[in-house]
Design a protein around this ligand. Structure first.
Ligand code: S3P
Length: 188
């Protein structure tokens, strides 16, 4: 499954906060040995500060969104340049918010939407206070609203969607690899 020619392009993970993108990204990296790009981490490294400080700064959330788009453009330029960029790209939960980003994500590679029921997301995200969008009096209400807004955007962007409830991150990763292999070989 993980021979040198698989997969010919990037594997891209999208989905709501707390759906497991980072964990699954690390597992795919462990299995395939492709470089892992976590867009949140890359943006924090470039800005020299955590995401919550970017949101709190003068540029606010728009500055962060601009950095996300810029990073996607650069990653897509890498694909276009050599036609065979091979990375695992794990993204932030709001990256599908702009039409440009949705187009870039699909050009970047095989896009997998990881999702889970809203109660699971509420439970998982309650353990981490680093997400500025959930830093409100009622994070559960914010999650419900954002999930409703974003679901059609994830659906429109993804080549594959996986309901992660009841699966562990290894099972999810194997499912992604099987499906991606089929996707890529049927297009060769
Ligand atoms: C965001 C999700 C976060 C991070 C930022 C904004 C969002 O990433 O990009 O806090 O808009 O949903 P995770 O999905 O990795 O938590």
């Amino acid at each position: 499954m993980n021979g040198p020619d698989f997969p010919p392009k990037n594997l891209v993970l999208i989905g709501f906060m707390g759906c497991g993108k980072s964990t699954v990204g690390r597992e795919l990296h462990r299995r395939l040995h492709y470089p892992l790009v976590d867009t949140d981490h890359e943006i924090e490294a470039r800005a020299g500060m955590p995401i919550k400080e970017i949101f709190a700064g003068a540029g606010g959330e728009p500055e962060f969104r601009g950095m996300e788009t810029q990073l996607l453009r650069e990653l897509v330029a890498g694909v276009d340049a050599d036609g065979g960029d091979r990375r695992i790209v794990s993204t932030g939960g709001g990256i599908c918010g702009s039409a440009e980003n949705r187009g870039l994500l699909r050009r970047l590679g095989y896009v997998v939407w990881l999702h889970a029921p809203v109660e699971v997301i509420i439970e998982r995200t309650s353990k981490n206070q680093e997400r500025p969008l959930l830093n409100t009096g009622d994070p559960a209400a914010r999650i419900r609203t954002l999930m409703k807004e974003r679901e059609p955007l994830y659906r429109e962007t993804a080549h594959l969607d996986i309901d992660t409830s009841g699966l562990d991150f290894k099972e999810i990763s194997v499912g992604i690899l099987e499906s991606a292999r089929y996707f890529f070989t049927s297009r060769l």
